[in-house]
Design a protein around this ligand. Structure first.
Ligand code: AMP
Ligand code: ZN
Length: 112
């Protein structure tokens, strides 16, 4: 298994877990870009958001359900941002689908 996030999910590489259910694993980003920066990852290995199709649409639903729960438990009452980078133009560096949950500060209006 040479996928970093598959190895984190399997517990082979340490992470700071903030949430887990049977479909989703979430942990703190090692290089946070906001006061709260959590990575929400499906346990199923998909390379990126371009692999989300009708038949696995539940993956996206599971991620966003987790995001809402985590935002609540992290006290992000002012709101939060969810971002996924897909491919080289978006600077995706880990090729296991993941969503950045960012919050705890007023973020820039411009996103790129
Ligand atoms: P992306 O650039 O969208 O693919 O995001 C990958 C994210 O994974 C970056 O924000 C990294 O800081 C983060 N990251 C890389 N390795 C680890 C790790 N071992 N534990 C936690 N976060 C990591
Ligand atoms: Zn993986």
């Amino acid at each position: 298994m040479d996928c970093l996030f598959c190895r984190i999910i399997a517990g082979e590489i340490p992470s700071t877990k903030v949430y887990e259910n049977d479909k989703v694993y979430a942990f703190r980003d090692i290089n946070p870009q906001a006061p709260t920066h959590i990575l929400i990852v499906p346990k199923q290995h998909l390379a990126d958001a371009s692999e989300l199709k009708g038949e696995n649409a539940a993956v996206a639903a599971d991620i966003f359900a987790a995001a809402a729960e985590i935002a609540k438990s992290e006290g992000l009452t002012g709101g939060f941002r969810v971002v996924t980078n897909c491919g080289d133009d978006a600077c995706q560096s880990v090729h296991h689908l993941h969503f950045h949950l960012l919050g705890g500060t007023k973020m820039a209006e411009k996103m790129s």
